[in-house]
Design a protein around this ligand. Structure first.
Ligand SMILES: Nc1ncnc2c1ncn2[C@@H]1O[C@H](COP(=O)(O)OP(=O)(O)OP(=O)(O)O)[C@@H](O)[C@H]1O
Ligand SMILES: [Mg+2]
Length: 264
């Protein structure tokens, strides 16, 4: 059995009368790639928000390695190595793609500054050994964003904004990356290419991934395990071919007639 990096136990979250999470128990092994599926309002983002500290569960416990991260602030959780991208990308809209990435690496540098706060753009970023500009340029290349280098992010297409948000989350060299709908708002033709590229980069870095996705083909292609959410609960948890063809998943999520064939 490989090492567990993340463990959610008995998570519950209510918003007034709405039960957004109930009896959520998930153990994530190091290096896994989990696809999170479910209808709108099923509780996927709530789960991601609880893991990353944007929401505090009403009950339950979340551990990252041996650290109890339940109720910690997002910033603290990020520093430990649990990072995310958002359903709606969180970018500095008036800055260029390059500047956004420089800001992301700059935060890594500032967070690690031990000998006071004197850092310059030429200071090597710990963990990388290269300065901010060089790392930002490399990230642009790795995530196929070079064409957008000097474009203000406000004007960028939805898919590019999504990829940039993910590239920025990866600046921290996270142990775990949670992606909330990385391809929503991206055209069907672009979706597969973007996911192949992003997953290639992220998996090559050895990052454990949890991604929320509505397209079952994308899920079947990239996930080695699927968590199916329905009405705040996990109704199936298993290998893609099992979970995507689980009776309750077919009924509530995939649709009654569709049978999903996995590509792996
Ligand atoms: N901050 C909030 N305040 C009140 N209700 C909320 C809040 N966040 C989520 N909810 C409710 O909790 C339930 C779960 O929402 P959540 O956003 O987790 O769903 P989701 O699975 O991510 O859906 P989608 O696929 O539409 O993104 C929904 O009923 C939603 O309306
Ligand atoms: Mg959501």
């Amino acid at each position: 059995m490989s090492e567990t990096v993340l463990h959610a136990q008995g998570l519950e979250k209510r918003f007034g009368a709405v039960v957004a999470a109930s009896e959520i128990n998930v153990e994530v092994p190091k290096g896994a790639c989990l696809g999170l599926i479910g209808t709108n309002g099923a509780g996927k983002t709530t789960f991601v928000n609880m893991i990353t500290g944007y929401l505090k569960p009403d009950e339950g416990r979340i551990t990252f390695g041996s650290v109890d991260i339940t109720g910690m602030a997002p910033r603290e959780i990020t520093r430990l190595g649990v990072c995310r991208s958002f359903q709606i990308p969180q970018l500095y809209n008036s800055m260029t793609a390059l500047e956004n990435l420089e800001a992301a690496f700059g935060i890594v540098l500032l967070n690690s500054a031990s000998g006071g706060w004197f850092v310059s753009p030429r200071t090597p970023v710990p963990g990388y050994g290269a300065p901010i500009r060089e790392l930002a340029e490399q990230a642009l290349e790795r995530f196929e964003l070079t064409a957008y280098r000097d474009k203000v992010t406000r004007v960028l297409p939805g898919g590019v904004r999504k990829v940039l948000d993910i590239a920025m989350a990866m600046a921290v060299q996270p142990t775990i990356l949670l992606l909330d709908e990385p391809t929503s708002g991206v055209s069907a033709e672009e979706k597969f290419g973007i996911m192949d590229m992003v997953m290639g980069v992220v998996r090559e870095a050895g990052t454990t991934v949890l991604f929320v996705e509505h397209d079952m083909e994308v899920v079947a292609r990239h996930a080695d395990r699927v968590l199916a959410f329905y009405d705040g609960r996990i109704i199936a948890d298993g290998k893609p071919d099992e979970a995507l063809n689980h009776e309750q998943v077919l009924k509530h999520i995939v649709g009654n007639t569709q049978h999903v064939t996995t590509g792996q």
